[in-house]
Ligand binder design. Structure first.
Ligand SMILES: Nc1ncnc2c1ncn2[C@@H]1O[C@H](COP(=O)(O)OP(=O)(O)O)[C@@H](O)[C@H]1O
Ligand code: SF4
Ligand SMILES: [Mg+2]
Length: 356
């Protein structure tokens, strides 16, 4: 099957300047993965590992100080075959946003106008992106859409502040799906909600995906959500992919030490007391460690990890892992530790400066 979205060696950096000192934050640094039609793909990783930056590029929200330094984001569906990373904001707005790719973010207030009833927010979006030729038909279309998603019809007459957080998030999902996009990106869509409300919102996303067989890119640091919802999961750490696989493999047979840590720190039913935590904290992405970016915290780190970036290994069953220890376990020769390949490749930094 052809991927809907093919991200190849994507590098997206923030170039900031404060008190005369310029800084390059390598938030997404050489990321490659494919999204297929009809799947829920989970993007996991601790806060600040680059998840939101990655989806800013995919959803065409690249604004100063963020720059795409290298790589491409190929979108292929229904006669469109374009590199999103090279499209202008105007082109993206006209051809892709809402209709092909829509975006649900944490806390839905930014998409809901606080002084407009929900129906009017639907009208604003439909009028801008498709046009409304017949008001009666438009009202019927929105009522049907909202009813299909199991939302009460009163929400259309409400103002955002009259709805609960969970209901607002469902409305945001209803808005995001009005044009049946090929890809729905949801960034921490349930993070601000309590567990019971969370379940309802996730159920709605699952139901929409099952009905329309489109692609959902679900971004959350919460591994329990991925375990319940995603078909495949990708784990990021410090701007890089550490591991990717089908959900069962990731949770039942993780190979990367970082993934193992994330899964071991999930609370287990009936267990009391604190769970084991890793020493240290994620690195500063303006000066990330050389070699494997996880090495300062990795219990399995070897000399080679401190100098050589691990290659992405392709294992059986669509499983990919970037780790020298896993390469060793697989009988793949590991490079010697004196081959110094660092993440702070001078070429990328020069390129980032050229683009400034
Ligand atoms: N506007 C910005 N300017 C500079 N650095 C930023 C900006 N936004 C995010 N970053 C940095 O980029 C890195 C990745 O952030 P982000 O993509 O938001 O991570 P996540 O979504 O995984 O929490 C972090 O180090 C963060 O501090
Ligand atoms: S490459 Fe080395 S430091 Fe990185 S996760 Fe594997 S064993 Fe740990
Ligand atoms: Mg984020």
């Amino acid at each position: 099957m052809e991927p809907l979205l093919r991200v190849t060696d994507l590098k997206a950096y923030y170039q900031t300047e404060a008190y005369g000192v310029s800084r390059t934050v390598r938030a997404v640094d050489g990321v490659s993965f494919d999204l297929y039609p009809n799947e829920i793909y989970g993007l996991a990783g601790e806060s600040s590992c680059g998840k939101t930056t990655l989806i800013k590029v995919i959803s065409g929200n690249v604004k100063n100080p963020l720059r795409v330094v290298d790589g491409d984001v190929r979108f292929t569906a229904e006669g469109i075959d374009r590199d999103l990373a090279t499209m202008t904001t105007d082109e993206l707005r006209k051809t892709m946003r809402w209709k092909r790719i829509s975006y649900v973010m944490q806390g839905s207030m930014s998409v809901l106008n606080p002084v407009r009833r929900i129906l009017h927010t639907f009208a604003d979006i439909v009028a801008t992106h498709r046009g409304i030729s017949n008001r009666k038909e438009f009202r019927q279309e929105i009522s049907d859409h909202v009813a299909r998603l199991g939302l009460p019809s009163e929400v259309l007459r409400s103002f955002p502040h009259q709805l609960s957080g969970g209901m607002r998030q469902r409305v945001a999902i209803a808005l995001a799906t009005i044009f049946h996009p090929n890809l729905i990106i949801a960034d921490e869509p349930t993070t601000a909600l309590d567990v019971v409300v969370q379940r309802g919102v996730l159920q709605l996303l699952k139901q929409i995906q099952a009905d329309s067989r489109n692609t959902v890119l679900l971004v959350t640091h919460d591994m329990a959500v991925h375990a319940n919802v995603a078909d495949r999961v990708m784990i990021m750490y410090a701007g890089r992919i550490m591991e990717e696989g089908v959900t069962e493999t990731i949770f039942q047979a993780p190979r990367h030490p970082y993934t193992k840590h994330l899964i071991a720190s999930l609370p287990k039913i009936g267990e009391r007391g604190a769970r084991a935590s890793l020493p240290g904290s994620p690195p500063n992405l303006s000066d990330p460690p050389a070699g494997c970016r996880f090495h300062p915290r990795c219990p399995a780190a070897m000399d080679v990890c401190r100098t050589v970036v691990p290659e992405m290994l392709q294992l059986a069953n669509r499983h990919r892992v970037a780790c020298h220890a896993v390469a060793k376990e697989e009988g793949i020769p590991v490079p010697s530790s004196d081959r110094s390949i660092t993440s702070s490749s001078a070429t990328d930094l020069n390129r980032a400066e050229e683009l400034q």
